[in-house]
Design a protein around this ligand. Structure first.
Ligand code: BDR
Ligand code: CA
Length: 312
């Protein structure tokens, strides 16, 4: 862009960490959010869309077009993640219903329209199952050459999954979509999977330091992590989706290995991702945890660093 910012589309399924990622993207000065597309993932698409609008309200965000997207995976039975994100997808935190209007066209159409309007300029950051992008690819197979870059939160390579011993949620939820996306010739695609996202986390002391925050991103982070710490009794809240947003702005935060990503489609290992030799896909296998923590604190305007390196 002429002002030097990177125009991005965020593809989201809020989702507690998607909500934090939205806040981080809004607070990162090098990113300019052109549109947000939603889809079914952590909860159904009606709810992920309503949650997106509610979060934008909470953060006092400017008008950004929000496009409802896919209501279900390409061919699989929907599999949600309410066990982690709560029945409302936002940790049962009770945000006010937004009165913002939805944009007219649907998620995949919006991705195509923006990419065609600004060929080679848009960065697409996918924080949910890859259904919207797969649909867009099926409509416009030359979409890869129209996008500047794609960052995907998904997959698990050198560590196990978080849904099954093999599979990470976003890939497990729609493995056929993931296979199509990872098989497409994007000139610049980075896959940010559990190998790195489970390394960056808010720990309990960090979360407790946010307890007295009122309003804005700090209170949002506190509320999004509350269910994990207060009800589920875990000691870390992994920042999966925020790390993918960080990589869109600061690719130097991760170290990547190039290759081709295969997705298992059989039931036994459904959604397992394997990095093969030969290919241009960049898979993040290392993260600079300290630098990410500093980025996160600045993007969200927090008084303290609240992250720590989670155990390998
Ligand atoms: C991913 O799955 C979802 O539950 C999170 O929002 C994140 O995008 C992590 O596996
Ligand atoms: Ca997500």
């Amino acid at each position: 862009m002429t002002d030097g910012t990177i125009p991005v589309i965020l593809d989201v399924d809020p989702g507690v960490d998607d909500a934090v990622a939205l806040a981080a993207a809004l607070g990162e000065p090098s990113l300019s959010i052109e549109a947000i597309t939603t889809l079914a993932g952590n909860v159904g698409v009606e709810m992920t869309t309503a949650n997106t609008l509610a979060i934008l309200d909470w953060l006092g965000a400017p008008e950004i077009p929000v496009h409802r997207g896919a209501s279900r995976p390409l061919i699989r039975t929907p599999h949600d993640a309410t066990y982690f994100h709560g029945s409302d997808g936002l940790g049962e935190s009770g945000f006010a219903v937004s009165t913002r209007a939805l944009a007219a066209d649907r998620g995949p159409a919006a991705i195509v329209r923006h990419a065609m309007a600004r060929p080679g300029q848009i960065t697409l950051v996918c924080l949910g199952p890859l259904t919207n992008l797969a649909i867009a690819l099926n409509v416009v197979p030359w979409l890869p050459e129209l996008l500047r870059s794609v960052v995907v939160m998904g997959g698990a390579f050198e560590r196990g999954g978080n849904v099954t011993p093999f599979a990470e949620f976003n890939v497990f939820a729609d493995p056929e979509a993931a296979a199509q996306v990872f098989g497409a010739p994007f000139p610049d695609i980075t896959v940010v999977g559990l190998d790195v996202t489970e390394r960056v986390a808010i720990d309990r002391p960090g979360w407790e330091r946010l307890r007295d925050s009122r309003g804005g991103a700090a209170e949002l982070v506190y509320r999004m992590a509350r269910r994990s710490f207060a009800e589920r009794g875990v000691e870390v809240f992994a920042l999966h989706d925020p790390l993918a947003v960080a990589v869109a702005a600061r690719p130097d935060l991760v170290t990547t290995t190039g290759g081709r990503v295969d997705v298992a489609l059989g039931e036994a290992e459904r959604g397992k991702t394997t990095l093969r030799v030969g290919g241009e896909t960049k898979v993040a296998l290392e993260v600079n945890v300290t630098a990410f923590g500093e980025w996160f604190q600045a993007a969200l305007g927090l008084d303290d660093t609240v992250t720590r390196a989670a155990p390998v």
